[in-house]
Structures are given as structure tokens and as C-alpha cells.
Design a binder for this molecule. Structure first.
Ligand code: NAD
Length: 356
């Protein structure tokens, strides 16, 4: 019986190759007249291109966005925000740069125009994060949701295969958990299944032909769907584990998602039959092969499949199981320590789910 709530988030999306050229028109439509362009140091050139497109609307470029939004960076950028008296931000880059724009929006209420260049999906969510003394806190606030997002697949061509693969699998992980979310609904499930399909089809092409624009567009489309469902419904065991592993053991964000998602899917296989069927349909396998197919996808694109290979220490597995089972999120299968410890062991060793 259908029975659900669905809170659609507002936001304008412009999608297509070359759409970066619409940046000025979109900033004007948001009423921006004094714009701060944000980027990482690595993407400074791109930020300058965006500033050129904005012309006299631009007031400054801040190119110090870094991973996990440290409070020191927020304090630094807020000085710039008040000195320049800006009235909006344009972020060009991945989740780290959008994250900085969100921190500004949280403190000031200023609007964000986001131009993503990875598959992280943060631009579609009202979720902010910041890190103080090594501890990351997150929260939800509608003010941090970008007002407009320009998805231009041409901007993702330079994303190397070792970032494209894990970034895409990180997006798939959002879709997988959306399918068995406590708050899932038929609309987000359609988007999630389509997101897995789009990324599952495009990532293997991208790692072989990075400038294949059709595959780049399909991956970015999947990333948009993944960000949309991440923003709309709650997540489960996989995200709890990834926050634990990333936050407490300082493991790289997208790679942790890549390694854990086949095992989290396997953990839930008997408790989320509709989700397994949807993942199976999206990846062209039977429902009972859903977890294995996610693992095979990671292998096929040369992405990491073991926690050992991305810097986890075996001695930390017990502590990780303790943290991950404290205040657990909703999950379709009850969270018991022994099961989570086994999941972590298999992810550490990098075995194919079901082959242990
Ligand atoms: P990132 O933004 O840290 O980018 C990684 C590196 O790749 C950076 O040096 C960046 O400059 C570079 N880069 C980005 N696009 C490039 C391109 N097209 N070509 C070449 N280099 C490029 O990585 P990410 O995976 O996009 O974001 C990760 C962060 O986003 C994490 O902190 C994560 O917690 C956060 N995140 C937040 C949400 C949310 O809803 N709040 C969702 C997903 C991720």
C-alpha cells in the first residue's frame, strides 16, 4: 500500500555541455550584483574563467576551499565576505567548494549559485558540514541549498579517473541507501534507480575515454539524481559507517564510500528486497547479485575495494565497530555489533560480498 511523505526541495537546474556560458545570466536572475567566486587553489584558473564570465558582477575570488570545511577557513572567508560586502557566492568545484559556500550561506543567508565539477552531489542538498579540532559536525538548513545549479559536463573532463571512479561510486552509494531509506518514497526511488543506472553505464566508459562527452553527461546526470535523493531522504548504515571511518580514522571520503557500499548492500540484502531488485535492474543483474555487481563495478573501473588499501589499520576495526553501532541511524536490518564487525572485516580485506 502506498503511504509516504515527500518534501521536494526547490532549486533551479541548468544542464548541458557549454552551459557554463549562462553563469552571468543565472547570477543576474538571482539578483546578484557583488559576487564572490569560490574554488580550491587547484581550480583557481577555472574560478578566473567564471569571474571573466561574470564581468562587472564579480567582486572577488576566494581560492582557499579545502576538504571538510575547517572553521579556520570559514573565519577567513567571512572576513572577505564582510570586507567586500558581497551579495552572493558562485562556487565552482566539488563538494569541498560547495561546502565552503554553504558555510557562508549558513552564517549570512546569502544565495549560492553552484557549478559542480565532481559527482559528489552536495549542490543538491540542504546539508552543511564543518570541522573543528578534527571533529566534523553536520546539520540541515534550507538556507544552504544552492538556489541555482549549473551542470556542465565539459567541466568534468579534467577529473582524473582515480577521482571520477570513487566520486561516481560515492554518488551510487547515496542512491542505494535512498532505496531502503526509512523516508523513501516512490519518486525518490525512481530517481535513485535511474541514478545507479546512469552511473553504472557511464563510469566504465569514462575511465577509458575521459573526454567521451556523452558518458560524462550521463555520469553528471546520475550525480544530480544522487544528490537529489541524498537531500530528500534519510540515509542508513552505510553513511553511518562512512562518517565513522572518514571522521575518526581520517580515511578519504569518496574512497571509503566506494569500498563500503557493496558490503553495506550485502548486509541489508535480506531486509530490503525492493531495493535489491532496483539495484539489480539498474546494473543488469538478478536482485541477489546486487551487492556483488557494485563490487564488480568498482573493480572494473580500477577503484579501491579494500579499507586496507586506503589506509585503514586492522587494529582500528574494533573501535570502528564500536563507534558505528553507537547511536545508529535507521537501517532496514537491525544493527548488531557482530554483523557490523563482520561487514567491516570483509570491507577491510576487500573480498567480493557473498564469497567469504
Ligand atoms: P573535492 O571537492 O574535495 O575535490 C577533490 C579535488 O579534486 C580538489 O582538489 C578539487 O580541486 C579537484 N577537482 C574537482 N573537480 C575537478 C575537475 N573537474 N578536474 C580536476 N580536478 C578537480 O571532492 P568531492 O568528492 O567533490 O567532495 C568531497 C567533500 O564533499 C567531502 O568533504 C564531503 O563530506 C562533502 N560532501 C558533502 C555533501 C553534502 O550534502 N553536504 C554531499 C557529498 C559530499
Amino acid at each position: 500500500m502506498l503511504d509516504f511523505n515527500y518534501n521536494a526541495l526547490s532549486g533551479r537546474v541548468i544542464f548541458g555541455p557549454g552551459k557554463l556560458s549562462q553563469t552571468r545570466a543565472e547570477a543576474e536572475a538571482l539578483g546578484m550584483t557583488k559576487v564572490l567566486v569560490l574554488s580550491t587553489p587547484h581550480q583557481r584558473d577555472l574560478a578566473e574563467n567564471v569571474a571573466d564570465l561574470l564581468g562587472d558582477l564579480v567582486t572577488g575570488i576566494y581560492d582557499q576551499a579545502v576538504m571538510h570545511v575547517p572553521v579556520e577557513t570559514i573565519a577567513d572567508v567571512m572576513d572577505v565576505v564582510s570586507q567586500l560586502e558581497i551579495d552572493g557566492c558562485v562556487s565552482i568545484g566539488g563538494g569541498s567548494t560547495v561546502g565552503l559556500a554553504k558555510a557562508i550561506a549558513l552564517e549570512s543567508g546569502l544565495p549560492i549559485l553552484a557549478i559542480p565539477t565532481t559527482y559528489a552531489g552536495s549542490e543538491m542538498t540542504p546539508v552543511w558540514g564543518m570541522t573543528k579540532d578534527g571533529i566534523k559536525t553536520t546539520g540541515r538548513d534550507p538556507r544552504v541549498l544552492p538556489k541555482t545549479v549549473i551542470y556542465d559536463p565539459e567541466l568534468t573532463v579534467g577529473l582524473p579517473d582515480f577521482i571520477s571512479g570513487p566520486s561516481g561510486l560515492n554518488a551510487i552509494a547515496h542512491c542505494v541507501e535512498a532505496l531502503y531509506s526509512e523516508t523513501q518514497n516512490p519518486v525518490t526511488s525512481l530517481m535513485a534507480e535511474e541514478g545507479i543506472r546512469a552511473l553504472g553505464e557511464s563510469l566504465p566508459v569514462i575511465v577509458k575515454q575521459p573526454d567521451n562527452m556523452e558518458a560524462r553527461a550521463k555520469a553528471l546526470y546520475g550525480a544530480w539524481l544522487s544528490g537529489t535523493v541524498l537531500g530528500a531522504v534519510g540515509m542508513a548504515i552505510h553513511h553511518k559507517l562512512c562518517h565513522t571511518l572518514g571522521g575518526s580514522f581520517n580515511l578519504p571520503h569518496a574512497e571509503v564510500h566506494t569500498v563500503v557500499i557493496p558490503h553495506a548492500t550485502y548486509f541489508n540484502r535480506d531486509h530490503a528486497p525492493q531495493a535489491m531488485s532496483a539495484i539489480g535492474r539498474a546494473l543488469n543483474v538478478e536482485a541477489d547479485e546486487a551487492a556483488g555487481a557494485l563490487y564488480d563495478l568498482a573493480v572494473s573501473i580500477g577503484a579501491p575495494v579494500s579499507l586496507k588499501d586506503i589506509g585503514m589499520l586492522e587494529g582500528d576495526l574494533e573501535k570502528a565497530a564500536d563507534i558505528a553501532t553507537t547511536n545508529p541511524y535507521y537501517n532496514p536490518r537491525a544493527i548488531e555489533r557482530a554483523g557490523v564487525r563482520e561487514l567491516l572485516e570483509n570491507a577491510y580485506r576487500g573480498t567480493r560480498p557473498g564469497s567469504e
